[in-house]
Design a binder for this molecule. Structure first.
Ligand SMILES: Cc1cc2nc3c(=O)[nH]c(=O)nc-3n(C[C@H](O)[C@H](O)[C@H](O)COP(=O)(O)O)c2cc1C
Length: 169
């Protein structure tokens, strides 16, 4: 007999099962930003994925209920930031409903294509949105890299079991 998955504790599909499994999926933490006229928007995201190298494409998922969605749904460009473990507060601010995400102490500037670029991150990109793929109550945004800076200092911020964390070594 071949070894297979243990069946004793398996559960049928549910949103709880999905949440329980992904609580065990340690993920890097990103902040996605965009700008509409004078109003910058942004949100914390663990759904960031590299899609293809040639052309350089990435994706992230966004809820259509997110306060950032109206702007992201129209945006030509977005900012993608990889957070460091020194930026747990920033990650929490960009996840908190109603928070003044771009007020002090958040440090940022307007970058290429009018995209808000956060200071002191491990790496950032400005990307051109190429598609918004419907997925239940989310959209998978595909974006092509325009420019960026991969040279920030620090160690990565992770999210695991509902908490921010760092690498052990
Ligand atoms: C660690 C973490 C990861 C998240 N990842 C995503 C994500 O990938 N996509 C998304 O739409 N929301 C994600 N969220 C939720 C948003 O950051 C934000 O909390 C949510 O949009 C509520 O804010 P709002 O009321 O301003 O929309 C994440 C939240 C946390 C704490």
């Amino acid at each position: 007999m071949t070894a297979g998955p243990r069946l004793g504790t398996h559960r049928l599909a549910s949103s709880d099962l999905l949440r329980s499994v992904f609580r065990r999926h340690a993920a890097g933490v990103a902040v996605i930003t965009a700008q509409d006229g004078d109003a910058p928007v942004g949100f914390t995201a663990t759904s960031l994925t590299s899609v293809s190298a040639e052309p350089p494409l990435l994706s992230f998922g966004i809820s259509t209920g997110a306060s950032s969605w109206p702007v992201i749904s129209r945006a030509g460009h977005v900012g993608v930031h990889i957070l460091g473990e020194h930026q747990q507060e920033l990650a929490a601010t960009f996840a908190r409903s109603g928070a003044d995400r771009f007020g002090a102490p958040t440090e940022w500037r307007t970058g290429a294509e009018g995209v808000p670029v956060l200071d002191d991150v491990l790496a950032w990109l400005v990307c051109r949105v190429v598609a918004r793929v419907p997925a239940a109550d989310h959209r998978i945004v595909l974006a092509e890299v325009v420019l960026g800076d991969p040279s920030g200092a620090g160690r990565p911020l992770l999210y695991h079991q509902g908490r921010f964390n760092g690498l052990r070594d």
